[in-house]
Design a protein around this ligand. Structure first.
Ligand code: FES
Length: 112
């Protein structure tokens, strides 16, 4: 697996989240959530651990109204941005699947 560029860090709002879709080498597509916290990023597969559906209804709408948690738009489950842990909802105690990510020379890249 190679590092794949997603975007520049400064294209992400601090404490904001954005969705990305990538074509993988096997021809399938995968959907990711990227959360920025200062100079750090957290990336997850855009897939709820309990049903496998995407978390958002609207493009890039991943955060709860307070901007504190990632939220499943269908069921309201809340996930910590820093580790994907579900603190409330049908999948409480589960986690979003993390994707290895790095910021290299101001560019956000993931291993995919
Ligand atoms: S699909 Fe799992 S909380 Fe909504």
């Amino acid at each position: 697996m190679n590092m794949r560029r997603l975007c520049s860090l400064n294209e992400l709002r601090d404490r904001g989240a954005r969705g990305f879709e990538l074509s993988l080498p096997d021809g399938t597509k995968a959907s990711f959530i990227v959360v920025r916290d200062g100079d750090a990023v957290y990336v997850y597969h855009n897939r709820c651990p309990h049903t496998g559906i995407n978390l958002e209804w609207q493009p890039d709408q991943f955060l709860d109204p307070d901007g504190a948690f990632l939220q499943c738009a269908t069921h309201g489950a809340l996930f910590r941005p820093e580790d994907g842990y579900c603190v409330r909802g049908p999948c409480a105690g589960d986690r979003l699947q993390a994707v290895p990510a790095a910021v290299i020379d101001g560019e956000v890249a993931i291993r995919a």
